[in-house]
Design a protein around this ligand. Structure first.
Ligand SMILES: [Cu+2]
Length: 289
């Protein structure tokens, strides 16, 4: 009951925001861009994975009401105390210094609240950390100053760099600071295991609509996973301050129907097969300068 009321509240909030946004110039071909931030966005992006749906529920329908009630209770208590015990209304203050019952209550009640919050929180954390052993596809994402490189170990180690598009390269439907030349491509409905690492400093591979945010640490292989059923384009960014071009290492994920993915794989295998990272890549040298 409470859950549905708050879902409606957040849906309405989002709805009114969407109405406002529709007055602003819209990005053409936006129907394809699903996991993307919106102007004046307040809440999370729409969930594309079960994990993100859980995170959204946890925040919007669980934590938010608890925080709201506590805030209202404390505010009401403060207002009551300010009026009831002001110097004017209460000229002779009580000399009471201790009340065991109240002290027990104000210790035990917060503990109970924290335990109640911890139970669903740990469950969600566990599903994020529990990498399915029967993953359909493994991707290795490596952070470089300042772009991402993707390797497909299941496909002869196919590797490609994923560089952000320059402003003069932005064609219709491409987004500034989000679109890349070679996006990560995965099949819809597949469990994708992502191994995340870095070659220089700490980066972070984060896609908000997937509920994925994993540190990329040099010399360490971190793992995360996602499963997206809805084909479309989803965006993320490096989420760890990693240097002067930290804001210029976006993540673009194309989720394709299985047949389209197979077709992409055939052409990409030819284009990228056996291609290892080339430190003399002209485009990279341009970026580093
Ligand atoms: Cu980075």
């Amino acid at each position: 009951m409470i859950r549905s009321i708050y879902n409606k509240f957040f849906q309405k909030l989002q709805f009114s925001l969407l109405g406002f946004i529709s007055l602003l110039p819209t990005i053409s071909n936006a129907s394809e861009n699903i996991g993307v931030p919106e102007d004046y966005q307040l809440t999370f992006q729409d969930a594309a994975t079960p994990n993100m749906a859980d995170i959204t529920w946890f925040h919007n329908s669980f934590l938010f009401p608890i925080i709201l009630l506590i805030t209202l209770f404390v505010t009401a208590l403060l207002i009551y105390v300010m009026i009831r015990f002001s110097a004017k209304n209460n000229p002779n203050p009580s000399k009471t210094t201790h009340n065991s019952l109240i002290e027990v209550i104000w210790t035990v009640v917060p503990v109970i609240i924290l335990i109640v919050i911890a139970i669903p929180s740990f469950r969600i954390l566990y599903t994020q950390q529990d990498i399915p052993i029967d993953a359909d596809l493994t991707i290795k994402a490596t952070g470089y100053q300042w772009y991402w490189g993707y390797e497909y170990p299941d496909n002869d180690g196919m590797y490609f760099d994923s560089l952000p598009l320059e402003e003069d390269e932005l064609t219709e439907g491409k987004l500034r600071l989000l679109s890349v030349d070679n996006p990560l491509v995965v099949p819809a409905g597949a469990v994708v295991r992502v191994q995340v690492t870095s070659s220089d400093v700490i980066h972070n591979w984060a896609v908000p609509s997937f509920g994925v945010k994993m540190d990329a640490i040099p010399g360490r292989l971190n793992e995360t996973w996602f499963k997206v059923d809805n084909p479309g384009i989803y965006y993320g960014m490096c989420s760890e301050l990693c240097g002067v071009r930290h804001a210029f290492m976006p993540i673009e994920v194309h989720v394709m129907e299985k047949a389209d993915y197979q077709a992409w794989l055939v052409s990409a295998s030819e284009q990228f097969a056996g291609k290892m990272k080339d430190s003399n890549n002209i485009e990279l040298v341009k970026l580093i300068k």
